[in-house]
Write a protein that binds this ligand. Structure first.
Ligand SMILES: Cc1cc2nc3c(=O)[nH]c(=O)nc-3n(C[C@H](O)[C@H](O)[C@H](O)COP(=O)(O)OP(=O)(O)OC[C@H]3O[C@@H](n4cnc5c(N)ncnc54)[C@H](O)[C@@H]3O)c2cc1C
Length: 294
């Protein structure tokens, strides 16, 4: 199907983009990678009267490290982050997640920020950004604000951005201790969204105890979720076989999946437990060389 006719605007500055968003309100839609918006327009699920293309805005391209954060601009492609070997040590979650998202064609155009704003409960990026405690930088006519990821997802396909606010970047804290991360996902076939998925990032202190833990849950509720109980239980613990087994059982307690053609709610919850145990074992082996028995 063809999309409805629309007007096309290509601002050359962030201020101009915000002015256009403010002028057109609900009738205007920002175009980043177009990998969610264009399919929705072709299906006529979305029929914006005006497209505001932000791809000319140099200020939104690439990434930089500022004030203890990695700042990823809003038109940085998922594939750029996937292949950025210089980011792998401090931000392993980026390449670990990217390889699970769609296929190379989608990742070559799709952006992480666009995925966050789209607010799909099955967003692998939303899930990963929960695990690393990301913050979205938004700019609108009233100025700039920083939105912690836990306050960003409001409901299915709804973020806390105002209609006239542009998400200009996402910030990831630069870890101060060695970190390891894993993304685990079950999908029906290559390129699919998750039946269920899990993002885990852990940092250990010099004593070998967990000092930071982030766990995001994909497609098991109306928005990407945080496994709060498991995160809290991990802090101060050593990654032993017993701790990993016990704490993995807490992950499904913060999930609320529905039963559908791809699996029952109980099956999806058990998947999360298995993913958590597998991710934590791999992280333990990476950070401490082994999984301690005691
Ligand atoms: C075949 C296919 C398979 C896919 N599989 C997966 C998958 O397995 N996992 C997964 O997580 N995703 C998947 N996706 C989605 C993909 O990751 C999209 O790229 C992503 O969701 C949206 O990013 P985008 O840059 O393309 O945004 P767009 O499509 O350009 O925009 C999406 C929405 O966000 C708004 N928006 C975008 N950027 C901004 C901004 N900076 N400020 C304000 N509003 C903004 C737009 O107006 C629009 O409403 C798939 C997509 C396709 C086509």
């Amino acid at each position: 199907m063809f999309p409805n006719a629309f007007k096309y605007e290509a601002p050359t500055s962030v201020d101009e983009a915000i002015r256009l968003m403010d002028e057109y309100g609900y009738d205007g839609k920002v175009l980043a990678g177009g990998q969610s918006l264009i399919p929705m327009m072709k299906l006529r699920v979305a029929a914006p009267a005006v497209i505001i293309d932000i791809n000319n805005l140099n200020e939104l391209k690439g990434w930089s490290k500022v004030n203890g954060k990695l700042r990823i601009g809003a038109v940085t492609r998922q594939a750029e982050l996937e292949h950025a070997t210089e980011l792998r040590e401090q931000f392993p979650i980026l390449s670990r997640t990217a390889r699970w998202v769609a296929d190379p064609l989608v990742r070559n155009l799709g952006t992480v920020v666009g995925s966050l704003v789209h607010a799909d409960p099955a967003s692998d990026w939303g899930t990963a950004m929960i695990a690393v405690n990301a913050v979205v930088e938004a700019r609108g006519p009233k100025g700039e604000r920083l939105i912690p990821i836990d306050e960003f997802f409001v409901d299915t396909f709804a973020s806390s951005l105002d209609e006239n606010e542009l998400a200009v970047a996402v910030h990831l804290p630069i870890p101060t201790k060695p970190v390891a991360a894993r993304y685990m996902k079950l999908k029906r076939k290559a390129g699919d969204f998750a039946i269920a998925g899990l993002a885990v990032q852990v940092a250990l202190d010099s004593d070998g105890r967990v000092s930071e833990a982030g766990i995001g849950i994909c497609n098991c509720g109306p928005i990407p979720l945080r496994a709060v109980k498991a995160e809290e239980a991990l802090i101060g613990e050593r990654l032993t076989a017993k701790t990993i087994e016990d704490i993995s059982k807490l992950v499904p307690e913060d999930a609320d999946p529905v039963s559908d053609l791809r699996g029952s709610a109980d099956y999806k919850k058990d998947l999360l437990r298995v993913f958590a145990a597998r991710a934590l074992r791999e992280i333990a082996e990476e950070l401490q060389g082994k999984v301690e028995v005691q």
